[in-house]
Design a protein around this ligand. Sequence first.
Ligand code: NAD
Length: 419
Amino acid sequence: MPVEREHCQCQDTQFHFLERAFESLQLRAAQRELLLSSFRETAISIPLQTHGSNGGELQTFMGYRVQHNHARGPFKGGLRFHPSVNIGEIRALAQLMTWKTALVDIPFGGAKGGIAVDTSQMSQHALEILTKRFAQKMAPILGVHQDILAPDVGTNPQVMAWILEEYSKSHGFTPAIVTGKPMELGGSAGRLEATGRSVAYITSKVATDMSLPIKNASIVIQGFGNVGSYTALHLAAMGSHIIGLSDARKGVYCKTGIDISLAQRHVNETGWLEGLAGTEPISNAELLELPCDILIPAAIEATINCDNADAIKARLVVEAANIPITHLADTTLRERDITIVPDILANAGGVLGSYYEWVQNLQEFPWEEDTVFKRLEQRLSRVYQQVRDLAKQGKTDLRTAAYELAIGRVNKAIALRGF
Ligand code: NAD
């Protein structure tokens, strides 16, 4: 997809969703402008000598960190490595983090970062240098009480460990500068699976409210990375049949349900889902249009759009990815009576898990895994009830209700602090 189109689509979608909530909250134009503005947007270039098969080559990568709003606490948000990363996308994702942290009521603001890079074309060594240079150049705007990073698309605990190392060179050992890091360096029990586990939990809650039994429900999941794989694993453990899965390359289909542990092993060994035993190949486009009870986009933005919204057959769509549905597709799905669980609710378990990790680092007191999962479920259950009740009360959709709750909290904090 051309960068410019992606740039507009992400921001446009976010803007339309916000407008619905701004109207209900009757916010003035000046309040809206402040809520939509980034606090700071930083763009850096990172030159790197890579060593390809045809010898050394100098490449310059662009890196970004957008700090959207910190009215309720330090900036918090993931770091993405993907070829299509651009400032518009990162800006929209940073905003989304502000609403997400406010919705789950944790003392953070919102930020997002990224490097436009195709990690499949780089050695681990080159990736380490690139990450450390990013951390070195961004260090002045980061901090345990200023801005904390986490994994996102294309990054993982190892990338967080490199950032921790680079930052600690000038600040002393500082595990709380990143979340989603390896356990050996102060990572939290349960953080790796926190997002997927929470997506599964929220899916089961919403399905129950729709009188759609999660046991035996047929489910399709797009994206089999951190979020998609743990979502699949937990839903399969609840008795659902995961009939379709996909990654950036291709999809796989099995009418009676895919063995998720086998899929994980296959991906660990081969890197891709393609060729998974007991499944038929399917394209990403066909996957999204499969007849099923629940569809879970868990890959990247805008995969459900004007081209396929009319063909979606699920009763429930759960946004495990950030901004996977464009605003026009959102309207089409709602008109077709398809329930949508918005990203800021569906995948909020990730940042909640990150918050618990940060708290443990600050206290230098690790929690047991059970404690992490119990707190996650208690908080998510409360937030879902608040959103559901507000949606019923205001006769509106779950997304607008979630945005109303979140924006109301950020707006209140801005007023109290006198921004
Ligand atoms: P990941 O890099 O671990 O996995 C991404 C998956 O999507 C991979 O299987 C990849 O092959 C696939 N993919 C990429 N492009 C695709 C395309 N065009 N079509 C189909 N599949 C494609 O990333 P992740 O951490 O699992 O994140 C997935 C989504 O969840 C992102 O939107 C991210 O922002 C969001 N999210 C992640 C977390 C987290 O804790 N990791 C938290 C909240 C939200």
